[in-house]
Design a binder for this molecule. Structure first.
Ligand code: ZN
Ligand code: ZN
Length: 368
């Protein structure tokens, strides 16, 4: 980075101002911590910010004043000892202008109680407009700084699985393997796991979001491991499935079908591709093997500051991928009483085609 470059947060704030102008909004009240972090560089569990063309303000409680003043870029920090939203409400109420300000708020995130605090007594001085998703849309496209963190998080996640794999043996307990995975993440310098690590074996692998239990792995079982580390604030997400023993023809057929479906989804992840086309690529591939009915969730999701963020790679999602988007591709088949197989990677969309950030092998999947 050259010294002449403005901080990345100012560039993001300018993009937001343009996005607000397009929607006819004067301000956006930002309450979601990941969005506040993205726009202002302030990382805290409590804080409310208002972003607009003329002024950005960040209200924090006294626990965070010093941290916010130190970290915040492009926003005036105000300490508030009572309610943060009441402070925003007062600020909106005090604004003088010829016309009523149109103020967006994150309706998918704000509780009804918080909304009432924000709204009370405004009496027409500002009009509150539901406006969720504006910052999330900006966040979908990662810049170079973000991609550095995401590549590192994906590499760390892959290394952890490769290290743990020798312990994935009959007799090992799911919960111990999950704990080992998270311990190794920490040892390698991760901020922590991005979500509760999934290790699900045997019939339990047919539950797409099974929690690791005390069950011991047994020969002849499928084992799904879904893990992701956070590093430098950014998450990775990867799933591998292994089989303990020599797989039957049926298990081989299922595994190959899921692997081909994942490859189809990855190949479809190009700039300009519609989200539902990427989803359909995986679904059609499984249809060819008469397995589409056992694929019961969507194909993927955006990853970044949050483990699940925009876009949704699912049916009926008409948005389009672009360069710099990072998504997961994670088709799976789940057969009740038998087991499940899911393969997932974190994938970066580039003009030269998809770049798979998670690198654990998929061809050494049975452990004899
Ligand atoms: Zn996952
Ligand atoms: Zn995922």
């Amino acid at each position: 980075m050259s010294f002449n470059q403005p901080p990345i947060q100012l560039t993001r704030q300018n993009s937001l101002t343009a996005a607000l102008a397009l929607r006819g909004l004067d301000f956006l009240v930002v309450t979601k911590p990941a969005n506040i972090l993205y726009l202002s560089n302030f990382r805290g569990t409590a804080g409310v910010a208002v972003f607009g063309a003329r002024e950005n303000v960040l209200w924090v409680d006294p626990r965070y004043t010093l941290q916010a003043k130190d970290a915040a870029v492009g926003a005036r920090v105000v300490e508030e000892r009572s309610s943060l939203l009441k402070a925003v409400n007062n600020w909106l109420g005090r604004r003088r202008g010829r016309k009523r300000a149109k103020v967006g708020y994150e309706d998918a995130y704000v509780t009804c109680a918080a909304f009432r605090e924000l709204e009370q007594g405004l009496r027409g001085r500002a009009l509150l407009v539901p406006a969720s998703g504006i910052v999330e849309e900006l966040r979908a496209r990662k810049d170079e700084t973000e991609l550095r963190s995401m590549r590192a998080a994906a590499k760390l996640t892959s290394e952890v699985l490769d290290e743990i794999l020798p312990e994935v043996r009959p007799g090992a307990r799911e919960c111990d393997l999950a704990a080992e995975i998270e311990y190794h993440m920490r040892l390698k310098g991760a901020d922590g796991p991005a979500f509760e690590t999934i290790v699900a074996s045997g019939a339990r692998s047919a539950l797409p979001h099974a929690r690791a239990s005390c069950k011991q792995l047994a020969p002849g079982e499928l084992v799904i491991m879904d893990l992701g580390a956070i590093l430098g604030g950014y998450a990775a997400d990867m799933t591998r499935t292994v089989y303990l023993g020599k797989p039957s023809r049926r298990v081989q057929r299922l595994y190959n079908a899921v692997r081909e479906a994942e490859e189809a989804a990855i190949s479809a992840a190009c700039p300009g591709a519609r989200y539902d086309e990427v989803d359909a690529a995986a679904r059609k591939s499984l249809e060819g093997c008469h397995l589409a009915e056992y694929f019961t969730h969507s194909t993927g999701h955006g990853v970044g500051l949050e483990i699940h963020e925009a876009p949704r790679i699912a049916r009926k999602q008409k948005g389009r991928l672009d360069t710099g988007y990072v998504i997961t591709t994670e088709p799976g088949v789940y057969l009740e009483g038998f087991g499940g197989i899911r393969i997932e990677d974190t994938v970066l969309v580039t003009p030269d085609g998809p770049e798979i950030l998670t690198s654990s092998p998929k061809d050494q999947w049975f452990i004899e």
